[in-house]
Design a protein around this ligand. Structure first.
Ligand code: FEH
Ligand code: ZN
Ligand code: ZN
Length: 361
């Protein structure tokens, strides 16, 4: 089968032919219908030897949807990290069932993994992988082998090029909003900094699940148009006085919640200048910026700061349900798997509208 594989650190992934995997034990073989590209893939590709615990070679792709092609013979048994009830979950899966992969694969043993919160696995630092396409073979291929049915979420009739981005971009945005829900009641204001592959989904999730007034900020006019299409009440290009503009739009006190999908020093400075006293800031983007937390300091009194990462299995089920209800729609740009390297180059240059999705050809 065709696969886009990491074969050497610091080099582009190589289009490769490998054997189609055969599921053993409680493993499940999924026929890939769509797989999204993520900036974290670029981070993996650009990583110097030894910075990630992953063993080469492996196939990229941690944002995957498709259908069950084969099931391993075992009704129980352990998956990649230890005992779990993959068997009962496997019973519920039939050949042909359409699924999204829950991308963070933890140890399978700790309390967090047992609760479907592999994104915060207690043993993450002991693992040589973080999930499909993250040290284990992923979905930039025709098939992907999943260690256990516990990593799969049914998508029923949802289109694969919608479901795949929901498993990472959608889930990450949904988890970030969930962590701020306490600040997003009636009369609240939410600011979204960065309206790209994740930010446009956060706007839709905020619109669908909170009463807050949504203010969007970006550096590109087309991103503000996407924010408007996604349901933002107000949008502004980033300028020197943007904090004042946002505070005015909030009615004066500032934003009750800010979601920073850039994560740069400049975006975090804008966030702290916009946040209301007692407000909540979630830094989602991995822009490598820094924020000094000091008291007294730049952060408003009583504010809370979170650094959310990906999301939980139950939350993936919830965001899939939102999409199936029509409340969330992913803007995607489709490419054939054979054009994967070109798609990565467009992603690197910031020239992808919404989320790039590869479809096996
Ligand atoms: C995955 C693995 C490591 C870092 C960041 C990520 C994100 O893309 C998950 O949403
Ligand atoms: Zn990702
Ligand atoms: Zn764990």
């Amino acid at each position: 089968m065709k696969a886009l594989r990491m074969t050497a650190w610091g080099e582009l992934p190589a289009p490769t032919r490998v054997e189609r995997p055969v599921p053993h034990g409680s493993e499940v073989l999924v026929r890939v219908e769509a797989a999204g590209l993520c900036h974290s893939d670029l981070h993996v590709i650009d990583s110097a030897p030894g910075t990630l615990p992953y063993r080469l070679p492996f196939t990229l792709g941690h944002e995957v949807a498709g259908h069950v092609a084969a099931l391993g013979p075992d009704d129980g048994g352990s998956d990649d990290g230890g005992s779990d009830d993959g068997g009962s979950a496997a019973h519920e899966l039939a050949i042909g069932a359409r699924v999204a992969l829950y991308g963070p694969w933890g140890c399978g043993i700790c309390d967090r993994c047992a609760a479907g919160r592999d994104n915060y696995c207690d043993r993450r630092d002991t693992l040589a992988w973080h999930g499909a396409g993250l040290g284990r073979d992923g979905g930039l291929a025709e098939y992907v082998l999943v260690p256990s049915a516990r990593h799969l979420v049914p998508i029923d009739g949802l289109a694969a090029d919608q479901a795949a981005p929901l498993s990472d971009a959608g889930l990450t945005s949904y988890h970030a909003v969930s962590g701020l829900r306490h600040a997003l009641g009636e009369g609240s204001t939410a600011v979204v900094i960065g309206v790209g592959g994740l930010g446009h989904l956060a706007v839709q999730i905020l619109r669908a699940t909170t009463p807050s007034r949504i203010l969007a900020v970006d550096i590109r006019e087309e991103a503000l148009a996407l924010a408007h299409r996604s349901g933002a009440h107000f949008g502004t290009l980033l300028r020197a006085d943007t904090a004042g503009v946002l505070r005015a739009e909030s009615g004066g006190p500032g934003a009750d919640a800010v979601l920073d999908f850039a994560g740069t020093t400049a975006s975090m400075e804008l966030a702290t200048s916009t946040l209301r006293a007692g407000g909540a800031l979630a830094v989602v983007g991995s822009g490598g910026g820094h924020l000094t937390v000091r008291k007294p300091g730049v952060l408003p009194q009583g504010c809370t700061l979170s650094l959310p990462f990906w999301g939980s299995h139950p939350e993936l089920t919830e965001v899939i349900a939102l999409a199936r209800s029509g409340a969330v729609h992913v803007e995607t740009e489709r490419f054939p798997l054979s054009a994967g390297l070109e798609a990565f180059e467009l992603l690197r240059r910031g020239r992808v509208r919404g989320r790039a999705v590869l479809v096996p050809d």
